[in-house]
Design a protein around this ligand. Structure first.
Ligand code: 5GP
Ligand code: MN
Length: 322
């Protein structure tokens, strides 16, 4: 931590990045970190490859997050909430050329990329680690930073329900409320409203659920065609897997999502993202790692090129071990 603090204090131009297809922790950490670095007068650029999901657009400074960095140069890159550097997306080759890469994360599968690391797998969210870093930087947490940290912790703990929910989650969120966060307002923004398309997508997603012969594994499948039909975006898929996870006796749920370039036919080879969730008794980070991905013990994922029937077979085969 001390090395990172002194390095940041000596940096002149900092690029802050979080993972593509960001969730609340990726956005919350990114903005909190950016606002703190601006508070200590650092030239800071916030980058994310994907558009900011609609439910997080209420956060302060979201409009300063860029999707292109042009030909700016940076002396330091801060990578947030990424178990592996390639999670940031296309910018990875540009970021690799930045002299110092700082890796701040809480994934168990983080192998420690970069020059300086602040990895705490017991942290409930990257926002928890960013909170500690901001304290060490002696930046006073204003209402904007507080809202960003609160949102990161709220969403990554599934509203204080997931197994990563720890004491710090409550302690930090209580402090953020003291600093001006309105929990009801944030909950309304993040969970309060669904577009009609998202409800229709939920219907298709629920209808796609298949269960293994022993009832311990469920698969939900979302095609690009379903997103097109319901006029939804990849961000609208966030959280749907929890329905497949909640089914009685299910230990592991998988959500197969066709990538944007998918052609929608099941016989041809396509690119898929598979999300895995467990009831806490199975380490899905290990399963995801065996397919080249990673994550947390009860929430993980991987990318794979396969035909849909082959992929389902591979996943259903996992049920034998459950
Ligand atoms: P999700 O299923 O929501 O995409 O991801 C669940 C968790 O697994 C997240 O913490 C995410 O960072 C991680 N994860 C998902 N896909 C990948 C992947 O392809 N590689 C790695 N290293 N982690 C992933
Ligand atoms: Mn996270």
């Amino acid at each position: 931590m001390d090395k990172i603090i002194s390095h940041l204090q000596n940096s002149k131009s900092i690029l802050v990045v979080s993972h593509a297809n960001p969730d609340g922790d990726a956005i919350g950490s990114l903005i909190a970190m950016g606002l703190a670095l601006k508070a200590i007068s650092k030239k800071t650029t916030l980058y994310n490859e994907s558009p900011i999901p609609a439910v997080y657009r209420f956060l302060p400074a979201v409009n300063s997050v860029v999707r292109e960095v042009g030909n700016q140069t940076f002396d330091t890159a801060v990578i947030l909430d990424c178990g592996a550097l390639d999670r940031i997306g296309e910018a990875v080759s540009m970021v690799r050329r930045i002299p110092v890469i700082i890796n701040i994360d809480h994934h168990v599968t983080n192998a420690g990329f970069g020059d300086l690391q602040l990895i705490d797998t017991s942290a409930c969210a990257t926002a928890e680690i960013v909170y500690r870093l901001i304290k060490q930087l002696s930046v006073s947490i204003d209402e904007n930073i507080a809202a960003s940290i609160y949102t990161g912790i709220l969403t990554d703990t599934g509203s204080f329900r997931f197994s990563n929910t720890n004491k710090a989650a409550f302690a930090i969120c209580e402090e953020m409320v003291t600093l001006g966060v309105d929990p009801y307002k944030i909950a309304q923004r993040v969970y309060g409203t669904y577009s009609l398309g998202r409800i229709k997508l939920l219907n298709l997603a629920l209808d796609s659920i298949e269960i293994s012969y022993n009832g311990r594994l469920s698969i939900m499948t979302l095609s690009q065609d379903m997103l097109n039909k319901t006029r939804t975006q990849p961000e609208d898929v966030d959280g749907l897997i929890n329905y497949a996870r909640r089914i009685e006796d299910v230990k592991v749920a998988a959500l197969i999502q066709e990538h944007q370039n998918g052609d929608g036919t099941s016989e041809t080879c396509g690119n898929y993202h598979v999300s895995l969730r467990s009831d806490g008794t199975i380490d899905v980070a290990e399963i995801a790692s065996s397919f080249g991905g990673g994550g947390h013990s009860s929430a993980a994922g991987f990318n794979i090129e396969s035909t849909l029937p082959d992929l389902k077979l591979k996943i259903f085969n996992l049920a034998e071990r459950l």
